[in-house]
Write a protein that binds this ligand. Structure first.
Ligand SMILES: [Zn+2]
Length: 331
């Protein structure tokens, strides 16, 4: 989950006279409820009782949403990036593996939480600074991440599904496109499964039509830079990075339609939403299993939707199958 968010803010460390029933301190692990979900509050400063209790309550709420909470660890940390990077090596190759996680996005927004599917458990890492955005925002982030956990526990993640199930790469597109499509599908399914009341309580985390120009301008900047430098490889890399920002934006946008918060016509100014919604709205939210056979078709459709969006934005990225080479054209 990502949000426009200032890095480095920490939960209140004001001393409190309350005697917390919880043993919480640096890197102490705490069982928050009988279902066994582990909450690890790993902040450099001791959080106040109030903050600790809030995390504990919300972790317990998260546990209730999961079929196997005992295989989940929730880490709340002010060393967010280091913690994610430290765990990346444990993500199995079949689940995509990851390396050198970077939470910053090209338009300046910043990821605040990440769910890592490991082979015997799922770890959700949340930036402790999220406290600055308040309880409703934290609740929304945890509800979204709980859906990622759900997808992992149900063996229903689209990301890297081609490593776990039969998959035919769409002709003319490389795996970079396949991953973009898979990520967009997972983000859509998770966000569409967040209860509307939970989402509406924290609308500051919504994607809105107003957010689109900043993302569209990324593509204009790539073209301008290319005209100046002639560096096609750099333009290719940058266009994939920009698509990687656009995909989740479109996923969140389409989820507002799925949850009934915005009508499709309220997104009319954002043509890519119309294009991608044709595919995404046919896919059930994370609360309903999809299965790899269906996901394969969904991923292929989403690859083609991303291609149509690229064309709309004035460029085309793909693979020349005969030459076995990636290409980028500007129109
Ligand atoms: Zn997500």
């Amino acid at each position: 989950m990502q949000a426009a968010f200032e890095q480095g803010e920490r939960p209140s460390t004001a001393p409190t006279s309350l005697h917390s029933p919880l043993v919480i301190g640096q890197c102490k692990t705490l069982d928050v409820d009988h279902a066994g979900l582990k909450l690890n509050l790993a902040t450099s400063a001791q959080p106040s009782d109030e903050v600790a209790r809030m995390w504990s309550d919300l972790a317990a709420e998260m546990a209730k949403m999961l079929s196997t909470p005992a295989k989940v660890t929730l880490i709340v940390t002010d060393r967010f990036v280091d913690t994610v990077r430290g765990l990346e090596g444990e993500v199995p190759e079949t689940l995509g593996g990851t390396q050198n996680y970077d939470p910053t996005k090209p338009d300046g927004s910043l990821a605040v939480a990440r769910t890592l599917p490991l082979h015997d458990r799922t770890v959700v890492v949340v930036n402790a600074g999220l406290v600055a955005m308040g309880r409703a925002a934290i609740r929304r982030v945890l509800h979204h991440e709980a859906q990622h956990v759900r997808l992992h526990q149900a063996d229903d993640i689209a990301w890297a599904m081609h490593r776990r199930a039969p998959f035919e790469r769409p002709i003319g597109f490389g795996y970079a496109h396949v991953y973009l499509a898979q990520s967009m599908i997972d983000e859509y399914r998770c966000e569409a499964a967040v209860a509307s009341a939970v989402a509406r309580a924290a609308t500051e985390l919504d994607e809105t039509p107003n957010g689109y120009p900043a993302i569209a301008s990324l593509f204009c900047a790539i073209r301008t830079q290319f005209v100046k430098s002639g560096d096609l490889e750099a333009a290719y890399e940058s266009s994939l990075i920009a698509l990687n920002r656009l995909g989740p934006y479109l996923a969140y946008a389409t989820a507002t339609i799925a949850r009934g918060e915005l009508r499709a016509d309220e997104w009319l100014a954002v043509e890519p939403v119309r294009i991608v919604a044709e595919t995404l709205l046919t896919i059930p939210p994370a609360s309903t299993p999809r299965g790899y056979a269906e996901l394969q078709g969904d991923v292929t459709d989403a690859v083609h939707a991303l291609d149509a969006i690229s064309n709309h934005l004035g460029f085309k990225v793909g693979v020349d199958e005969d030459a076995d080479q990636a290409f980028l054209y500007f129109y």
